[in-house]
Design a protein around this ligand. Structure first.
Ligand SMILES: *Cc1c(COP(=O)(O)O)cnc(C)c1O
Length: 369
């Protein structure tokens, strides 16, 4: 008898919860044909800003654009350096280049795999103008240290909050500029591409909004060169329905993470992830570390457990970033982690029985290695 597959995420279960609201919302948009910049967009922006406790939210086309537009709205000198961790999704570095800046990579800490302030400080200097802490896996980078460093070197702070919707950190300075993504698999996921910039600055909000819409606030008057990167009205309908459930869904992720922690405490060879003191982690990803990772991953997949790797190759070893001139050994913590990390199934609808099977399978596979 083969056991049913344990999916990595379950977008179908999430949709079932919001299906009626989404359908009613779609019908409303179709009836009044408000496909671009319809009332649901402004309503979502307001609701999401309130959820995040940040005064302004500007919806954009996707998370990568959100990072680029936040950087562009910061008015940084062309070609200046922007510090970011080597262990992030490639979009963080890609957006830096697209914004006309130069990625300056730093290593992560070995315990939480978040931007290491010591490495970031060593990377900062006269040529750097920005820093992009990445709230990787769903918990925030050490923001007090990031802001100290930014103040010392005059750096603009742009947070990559694509994986951390609903996370919190005790005593952190308020959000200046943050970018997020509503890619379908994110904690708050659309049914296509979508993203947003969050900011406490009304001027930054206005600058980003101008850029999203051809540099224009008044129809056919273009103050600056911009983009076409707006939040789609149909996506805003989906996001509004899901936002109403996000706090509960994040609580379910936290409960699932606690359950994994206790199930895995008895599994030899697994290094479970940790929440930093002061952080409220929203567990976008549950990333353990194991020896012989590729063989473990193959064993899990053969047994129907859909694990993944986030991310197998750090930015500095990607062919697209060869121009930075880095090589193996430049960011040793990120590189070692890349060979050990394994993302286990994690989503709000994961059941205790599924988690037990994940832990049992992992135990069995590790014993065979
Ligand atoms: C998803 C993600 C992005 C990019 O978002 P898109 O909406 O896919 O463009 C950027 N940074 C991180 C850390 C992400 O996880």
């Amino acid at each position: 008898m083969t056991s049913p597959v344990i999916p990595f995420v379950d977008l179908r279960a999430a949709h079932a919860e919001v299906a009626e609201e989404v359908r009613a919302g779609f019908d409303r948009v179709l009836a009044d044909t408000s496909f671009v910049q319809g009332p649901d967009v402004a309503a979502f922006e307001e609701e999401f800003a309130a959820f995040c406790g940040v005064p302004h939210c500007v919806g954009v086309g996707n998370g990568t654009d959100a990072i680029e537009l936040a950087l562009r709205a910061s008015g940084l000198p062309a070609g200046a350096g922007a510090v970011l961790p080597a262990n992030t999704f490639v979009a963080t570095a890609e957006a830096v280049v697209r914004a006309g800046l130069r990625p300056v990579l730093a290593d992560c800490d070995d315990e939480h795999l978040l931007l290491d302030p010591v490495s970031a400080a060593a990377a900062s200097g006269p040529g750097t103008a920005a820093i992009l802490p990445v709230h990787l896996y769903g918990q925030q980078a050490p923001m007090a240290a990031v802001h100290d460093l930014a103040a010392r070197h005059g750096l603009a702070v742009v947070e990559d909050a694509a994986q951390s919707q609903g996370s919190a950190q005790d005593g952190r300075p308020p959000v200046g500029l943050a970018a997020t993504s509503f890619y379908p698999g994110k904690n708050l996921g659309a049914y296509g591409e979508a993203g947003a910039v969050l900011t406490s600055g009304p001027q930054a909000a206005r600058a980003v909004r101008l850029l999203t819409s051809h540099g224009s606030e008044v129809k056919y008057r273009h103050e600056t060169l911009g983009f076409n990167s707006r939040l789609d009205t149909l996506q805003a309908v989906v996001l509004r329905a899901k936002l109403r459930r996000l706090a509960r869904w994040n609580e379910l992720r936290r409960a699932a993470a606690a359950r994994y922690a206790s199930l895995l405490s008895g599994v030899e060879g697994v290094r479970p992830p940790r929440e930093t003191p002061g952080n409220t982690h929203v567990w976008h990803l549950y990333v353990v570390r194991v020896p012989e990772r590729d063989r473990v991953l193959a064993g899990l997949q053969a047994a129907g457990v859909q694990a993944q790797i986030h991310y197998p190759v750090p930015v500095h070893l990607q062919p697209a970033f060869a121009f930075l001139g880095h090589g193996p050994g430049d960011f040793p913590v990120a590189e070692r982690a890349a060979g050990e990390i394994l993302s286990l199934p994690m989503h709000p609808h994961l059941t205790p029985a599924q988690q037990e099977r994940v832990a049992e399978t992992l135990d069995k596979v590790l014993r065979q290695i």
